[in-house]
Design a protein around this ligand. Sequence first.
Ligand code: SAH
Ligand code: SF4
Ligand code: F3S
Length: 442
Amino acid sequence: MTRPAPKTFHVKSFGCQMNAYDGARMAELLEGQGMAAASGEAADLVVLNTCHIREKAAEKVYSDIGRLKRADGSRPMIAVAGCVAQAEGAEIPRRAPAVDIVVGPQAYHNLPALVAEASQGRRALDTDMPVESKFAHLPRRRAQGASAFLTVQEGCDKFCTYCVVPYTRGAEVSRPWRQIIEEARALADAGAREITLLGQNVNAWEGEDEAGRAQGLDGLIRAIDRIPGIARIRYMTSHPNDMRDGLIAAHAEVASLMPFLHLPVQAGSDRILKAMNRSHTAEGYLRLIERVRAARPDIAISGDFIVGFPGETEADFAQTLALVEQVGHAQAFSFKYSPRPGTPAATMADQVPTAVMDERLQRLQALLSSQALAFNRASEGLVMPVLIERDGKKPGQRLGKSPWLQSVLVDNDVPHGTILDVAIISGGPNSLQGVAAAQKAA
Ligand code: SAH
Ligand code: SF4
Ligand code: F3S
């Protein structure tokens, strides 16, 4: 059965920042086809840009599909994109026949063709990982707001034993230097003041500059630093083993590189790190943090943790808590281990009971929250530059980010994109509050 070609779309992204980036690029692509953004199931086409990292995230897509029904019983054209699309492919429409399109994270530049196929009443599927990059087929970046994501590296060759990413995103690929610099310039032209360079292992980025010299992520950061309009640079997510000297030095030397490092360690027990195939030790991680802090003493450290990996004993877990105590995190994400189909850890002996995981997660999160609160409290009384990104809830309020990635609520109505000196009045568990420093002095 043919159906009218969709005129409006809605993209909903789950999971990591790289999915958020892909979602933005899909929206730009569909807009380039003359389609207009709309909200929710009222849109003619809904793209669910999914995440496969833990079971809960992956299962969520099926309940979301069920909810995409309108009052009159009709439903939008439904596309499943992202990592669930890559991992489950044709299985998705078998389980959820309402799905019209399945498109993987390396194939979404073909979305317009897939939409045309679905309009002809055919189910359309594309989970190829073409050698030729999708980036060459995407339109120029448009206005994004004050802070923008830019994917520079994709995929992962690390094969941590719990993780689906090497399967859903494929092998590590670095985008070429020139393409990245052009995209950064386009973002700056569109009003971005801050760029966050993204990759599953962003610090593994490597390439050649215009002169043919070999460069790492630090070289790329130094080049983006020179683009007029760009005042702040960030990058995530990094792997400890790819944290090279040049990048550490950049934290001391490049003023626009923000003092924040998301460097997941996952666990504090060497036995568990080995079973995870992390190929670093707890001690090695701590030494690395010391070197980073020597280069940039005020750097805020963030991380990811998994509790209840198969075989994790109370003694192993105690070592995770001990590592957290030693690092002192400004913020962190922590998760219960979730067995993922096809990964080595899913079939390991000694899976940890849920109740034990729950209890460990609670203890870890209590510690991490107390560290985050202490970090935010230590900001009270300081004056810091805040990049204003959006409106606050109340009129005359703005929300922005500190150099250390804290959310800051300011009583001021300066335009978005302003970097405002803010005097911090109070620090809470998740954010800071302040007033313009000039205002306070007056
Ligand atoms: N490439 C990044 C992170 C990718 S996924 C890195 O290596 O740091 C983001 C986080 O999800 C991981 O750091 C890990 O903490 C968590 N994660 C990944 N697989 C998981 C699983 N099977 N169960 C629970 N948490 C998981
Ligand atoms: Fe997953 Fe490990 Fe690769 Fe990170 S480094 S994406 S956790 S396999
Ligand atoms: Fe999820 Fe895929 Fe990102 S599995 S965390 S959306 S790379």
